[in-house]
Design a protein around this ligand. Structure first.
Ligand code: NAD
Length: 489
């Protein structure tokens, strides 16, 4: 189901290995507008019979797809590691978690998408959760498989057809996952198109697309929302964050929490929407924190080729990302900050041969430095000091992004009280990033981090619209009737 090279001059996307940029991992053909149109039309034609199939058969197909993916876990994880530079253990985790999520959907979709009928004195009311039709899923490169399945699985379960456009920076493993899943489905129900913004815009603006689910950055999100608006197509936007990790004065700075915190910032080389991107520590514990943090980083952070056993941090995604992150750190240093190097380096890796960025903890950066105000999306994190909670909250909440955050404290009540006041869609307590996720907790941002939710019942609800059939009591056979212009009681 990978699109042939039918774009201008049969254009192809070549994906190199970020750990060893001289290695070509694979290619995909760019989908031109005719290809996008053909696949959306095919999906539209397939969708009605898919919806009519009934939920039990749809979920059986998803379960078969989950088994097919599980059977290919190892080669999929290796392909993902080679195209994205994410370390192999992370990639195994992502493929395995994608299967876990698929099975969660299979278990929970029957209740979420069930028709509900009330028949009483007030009337007979039928609530029907109906699919939208064709859903367009536009996804990023940093967790391409799970972020795609968070859209595809509930959308298919609800009876939609789906056309996915993955990021050109990691299109290979997710295409293989979609091929395996599509093998369990009727033809045309699930398709993939490839390319950059042009292919994405052709998909999002297609008149037969009835819903758009997007994960990515704010710039592309605004373009996607504007394109979707030309057809009045609803969108879900899952965007970036600038998560604060807040350490209250009583927080445990022991080995375990510090290891967890380091990886909350540096897993996937910091390229995670919900990474801990600003560390707020009480001024009195600064030296103790820096020492504990560096010691934990020395243990858990080993930089090198994503496929080398024992390496916990690979390269970043592209040469552009290297330049951007190095510029942000250099700009802070030029204004008086210090960038402390962290972790160790795998001796067998040729760092000059890949897109590697040395992990750093940035101290003493001014509050308006880009490493603090923007989403660095790379292996550097600033440490900020505070004196009291009100001043701290004002600084944390000053950010326009509101995806995640965390509060660390020995006193859970105190942590929850503060967490309630953090302007973010998901606040973790005593952890941060994926160790704090739960399949039963909805995930998504507030403010400029987007709208709509993934995971949990809310994530299922995004893919069905409740339609109603209603016979009001007064007008049912034997009813007392109402004046012609009456409001309901
Ligand atoms: P991006 O915005 O550059 O690209 C995302 C996708 O949109 C890609 O497939 C891209 O080709 C496509 N695209 C770009 N312009 C488009 C347009 N005009 N029309 C249609 N499609 C278009 O993001 P990225 O660099 O791939 O991902 C990194 C960003 O994603 C970060 O900001 C990160 O925080 C965010 N993110 C958010 C979540 C979340 O759940 N909230 C999860 C992961 C990543």
């Amino acid at each position: 189901m990978t699109a042939p090279g039918d774009g201008p001059r049969g254009a192809v996307i070549e994906r190199e290995n970020p750990s060893r940029t001289s290695e070509l991992v694979g290619t995909v053909g760019v989908s031109g507008p005719e290809r996008v149109d053909a696949l959306v039309r095919r999906a539209d034609a397939a969708q009605r019979s898919w919806a009519a199939t009934g939920i039990a058969r749809r979920l059986a197909a998803l379960a078969a797809g989950a088994d097919a993916i599980a059977g290919r876990l190892e080669p999929l994880a290796e392909l993902l590691a080679r195209e994205s530079g994410k370390v192999l253990a992370d990639c195994r985790g992502e493929v395995g978690f994608a299967g876990t999520y698929l099975r969660w959907v299979v278990e929970h979709a029957p209740a979420a998408y069930a028709d509900r009928e009330i028949d009483d004195a007030a009337g007979r009311l039928l609530r029907l959760p109906r699919p939208y039709g064709v859903v367009a899923a536009i996804t990023p490169w940093n967790a391409p498989i799970i972020l795609t399945l968070l859209k595809v699985a509930p959308a298919l379960a609800a009876g939609n057809a789906v056309v996915v456009k993955p990021s050109p920076l990691a299109p290979l493993a997710v295409s293989e996952v979609l091929r395996l899943l599509a093998g369990a489905l009727p033809d045309g129900t699930l398709a993939v198109v490839h390319g950059d913004a042009a292919a994405g815009a052709a998909l999002v603006g297609h008149p037969l697309v009835r819903k758009v689910a997007f994960t990515g950055g704010g710039v592309a999100a605004r373009q996607v929302a504007a394109t979707a608006a030309t057809q009045t197509t609803p969108v879900v936007l899952e965007l970036g964050g600038n998560d604060a990790a807040i350490f209250l004065p009583d927080a445990d700075l022991g080995t375990e929490p510090m290891r967890r915190l380091v990886l909350a910032s540096f897993a996937t080389s910091g390229q995670v929407c919900m990474a801990a991107k600003r560390l707020y520590v009480h001024r009195d514990r600064r030296d103790e924190f820096v020492a504990a943090y560096r010691a934990a980083a020395a243990e858990v952070l080993r930089v090198g080729d994503a496929l080398t056993p024992g390496v916990s941090m690979g390269p970043v995604i592209s040469a552009g990302a290297v330049a951007r992150i190095e510029r942000i750190v250099a700009a802070a240093v030029a204004r008086g900050a210090t960038a402390l190097p962290l972790g160790t380096v795998d001796g067998g890796t040729d760092l000059a041969g890949g897109y590697f960025v040395a992990p750093t903890l940035v101290l003493n950066a001014p509050d308006d430095a880009e490493v603090i105000t923007g989403e660095q999306f790379g292996p550097t994190v600033p440490l900020l000091l505070y004196d009291d909670e009100e001043e701290l909250l004002a600084r944390v909440n000053a950010d326009e992004l509101g995806l995640g955050g965390s509060v660390w404290s020995a006193d859970e009540e105190r942590a929850f009280a503060l967490a309630r006041r953090v302007e973010a869609g998901f606040v973790f307590v005593n952890t941060h990033n994926r160790t704090g996720l739960s399949l039963r907790a909805p995930f998504g941002g507030v403010k400029r981090s987007g709208y709509g939710r993934e995971y949990a019942e809310e994530g299922l609800a995004e893919y069905a619209q409740t339609c109603v059939v209603h016979a009001p009591g007064p007008f049912r056979p034997g009813g007392a009737g109402l004046p012609a212009n009456a409001y309901p009681g």
